[in-house]
Write a protein that binds this ligand. Sequence first.
Ligand SMILES: Cc1cc2nc3c(=O)[nH]c(=O)nc-3n(C[C@H](O)[C@H](O)[C@H](O)COP(=O)(O)OP(=O)(O)OC[C@H]3O[C@@H](n4cnc5c(N)ncnc54)[C@H](O)[C@@H]3O)c2cc1C
Ligand code: SF4
Length: 331
Amino acid sequence: MNPFRYERATNAANAVAEITQAPTGAFLGGGTNLVDLMKLGVAQPDLLVDVSRLPGPYNRIESLSDGGVRIGAAVRNSELAADRTIRTRYPMLAQALLAGASGQLRNLATTGGNLLQRTRCVYFQDISKPCNKRVPGSGCPAREGYHRTLAILGTSEECIATHPSDMAVALVALDAVVRVLGPNGEHTIPLVNFHRLPGNEPQHDTVLKHGELITGIDLPPLPFASLSHYRKVRDRASYAFALVSVAAALAIVDGVVQDVRIALGGVAPAPWRAWKAEAELRGKPATEEMFRRAADAELADARPLPGNAFKVPLARNTLVRTLLELTEEEQ
Ligand SMILES: Cc1cc2nc3c(=O)[nH]c(=O)nc-3n(C[C@H](O)[C@H](O)[C@H](O)COP(=O)(O)OP(=O)(O)OC[C@H]3O[C@@H](n4cnc5c(N)ncnc54)[C@H](O)[C@@H]3O)c2cc1C
Ligand code: SF4
């Protein structure tokens, strides 16, 4: 591991100023992804500014006057999953958090760091191999090599990596908004616009610029999210990333879908909001046939490779199963 300086931030503005002046510096959350990447030689920051113990709103879960909830960026994944408001009003978020990593990791991992964790594509993590995301222009061995866990939607010729976070999939379905503090002040970014598809610049995972700090995440009220689920399919029962996951909330009135939110994980380079499936479902009967039609609409653009073609039927069936479960609970 390269030598680096470590500083613990006592306020957000100072943290931003420090990183803005250090072109290869990085914020440190729980360190559960960044430190691993440093050990592997994938990340080589010369300065770490620890933002995991920022005080006040960065460390709190607060109710907002509009009925929504604000989650500080330094709130740990375990604390967020255990929060009573999150468990009752946004159950899919608590379920997504508990489906990720392990208890020990969740005790360390922060809300901000979780959103910015990097792909687990094996070539990205191996500095002896080419990888367009790690070294732009060096190639993508995953296309011809091991891609069983990689993406079927939103890919490009340059990169087919999947986004790894479970939490982000639930947050995208919930219309979450990311709060950012940069050298020029504060701004917000809808989470659905926060992660980038690879296109011809796979090295950029998000629209965040160097020096910009995530300070928190806002959840809108969304009353029908109290009936929501996160379903994750993986190779092992725990401690494994999603092959496919579905976050869904459903509002049914007299057997008809009044409103719906759906996002998919494990299938794309970003948490994938299923806009087409949602549009297909609104105003339609809440039946298995309609759920299958909606899943087919969303997956019509899938471009699988031989090793991950199984994800297309897996995503279809997981989405239908999740919606059926929600329908049964509603009745
Ligand atoms: C073995 C293992 C299994 C795992 N399994 C899963 C899983 O199944 N599902 C899942 O979702 N996750 C899983 N994880 C990932 C884990 O949840 C992430 O490592 C964790 O959420 C990252 O959070 P962190 O606070 O430790 O981030 P860090 O590692 O500290 O940081 C990650 C990135 O975020 C940046 N950063 C941190 N905080 C901020 C901020 N406030 N503003 C701007 N930038 C910031 C850092 O500079 C870095 O680039 C697993 C991890 C491991 C090691
Ligand atoms: S899929 Fe993306 S991350 Fe994986 S090797 Fe190709 S360019 Fe690198």
